[in-house]
Design a protein around this ligand. Structure first.
Ligand code: SF4
Length: 265
C-alpha cells in the first residue's frame, strides 16, 4: 500500500482507529525521508460530537509534528449534517447515508487540494466485513469488487485510497490505543443508533464469539469474490458528474443527488 516516496494524507476523525493509524504512520514515515505525511479532519457539523474530535485531532497532529487540515461540510456543501438531518427527518433518510457519501467526497477534495497521492483511512477488519454484509443487504453485490485495501485509480480526479488497518480487528486497535495511552474521543455520535451497520456489527460480533476467526474468513472470501467479479465485469471506469465535475458512477454523482434531494418538498 505504501511506497518510500509517498505523499500521504491521513483521514483523522479523532476516534481510536484514525488516531492509532496516525501514530503508526508517523512512526513508519520517520524511516522514509522522501515520504511526507499530513492529516485531515472533516467536520460534518454534528453539535456536541465533532468539537471534541477536532480538538483531539489537532492536538495529536501538533504533538506528532504533522500538518493538520480542517474542512467542514458547511463550507463545502452549504449545510451542516445537523441541518441536513432537520431537512430530511420526515423523509425517512438516514443521517449516516448522507454523512458517509459527503465525507468521502470531502476527503477526496481535501487530498486533491493538498496535492497528495494517497489518502489513508482507518477502516479496520470489523468495518470491512460489516461493509461486505451491508452491500449484500442493500442489494449491491457488485460493490464487493470495490471494497479493497488499495482502491484503483479509475478517474483522474480520484485520489487513491488505502486502508492500512483493514486486516486488524477493532479490539486490537483499541488495545494498542490503551497500551500507548492515546487520548481518545469519549462522546459517541448522536446519530450512530440509526444505522443498519449497528445490527450487522452485533451479528458479526456474536458469530465471531462462537466461531473465532470468522471475520478473517469473510474478509478473505470477499477478496476472492471481488477478484472474480472484476474478471467477469468491465473495468470500472467512473464518469464525470454533469453538475459538479467530480467523479461519478452515473451521469450525476451521489453527493449531488443527495444534495439535490434536500430541495425536494
Ligand atoms: S455515526 Fe453516522 S452520522 Fe455519525 S459520524 Fe458516523 S456516519 Fe456520520
Amino acid at each position: 500500500m505504501l511506497d518510500p516516496r509517498d505523499e500521504t494524507m491521513v483521514a483523522v476523525s479523532g476516534g481510536k482507529d484514525s488516531l492509532v493509524l496516525l501514530h503508526i504512520l508517523t512512526k513508519i514515515e520517520k524511516s522514509f525521508p522522501d515520504a511526507t505525511l499530513c492529516a485531515v479532519t472533516i467536520d460534518e457539523g454534528i453539535t456536541g460530537y465533532r468539537d471534541e474530535a477536532v480538538r483531539l485531532a489537532k492536538k495529536h497532529c501538533r504533538d506528532l509534528g504533522i500538518e493538520h487540515i480542517l474542512l467542514t461540510f458547511e463550507e463545502l456543501y452549504g449545510y451542516t449534517l445537523d441541518a441536513i438531518v432537520n431537512l430530511t427527518e420526515d423523509k425517512g433518510l438516514k443521517p449516516c447515508s448522507f454523512c458517509g457519501v459527503l465525507r468521502r467526497r470531502a476527503l477526496n477534495i481535501a487530498a486533491r487540494n493538498a496535492g497528495v497521492a494517497k489518502i489513508a483511512t482507518a477502516h479496520n477488519l470489523d468495518d470491512e466485513t460489516q461493509t461486505t454484509i451491508l452491500n449484500l443487504l442493500h442489494g449491491d453485490a457488485m460493490r464487493i469488487a470495490r471494497v479493497k485495501p488499495k482502491q484503483d485509480k479509475v478517474h483522474p480526479k480520484l485520489i487513491q485510497r488505502i486502508k492500512p488497518l483493514c486486516m486488524v480487528p477493532e479490539r486490537e486497535i483499541a488495545f494498542y490505543a490503551y497500551l500507548k495511552q492515546i487520548d481518545l474521543q469519549s462522546v459517541p455520535c448522536p446519530y450512530v443508533g440509526t444505522a443498519l451497520r449497528n445490527d450487522v456489527r452485533t451479528l458479526l460480533n456474536r458469530m465471531d464469539e462462537k466461531h473465532p476467526g470468522i471475520k478473517y474468513t469473510l474478509f478473505g472470501s470477499m477478496g476472492k469474490v471481488g477478484r472474480a467479479l472484476e474478471a467477469i465485469t468491465e473495468e470500472q471506469k467512473l464518469n464525470t458528474c454533469k453538475v459538479c465535475g467530480e467523479p461519478a458512477a452515473g451521469e450525476i454523482c451521489k453527493p449531488c443527488q443527495l444534495l439535490q434531494s434536500l430541495s425536494y418538498p
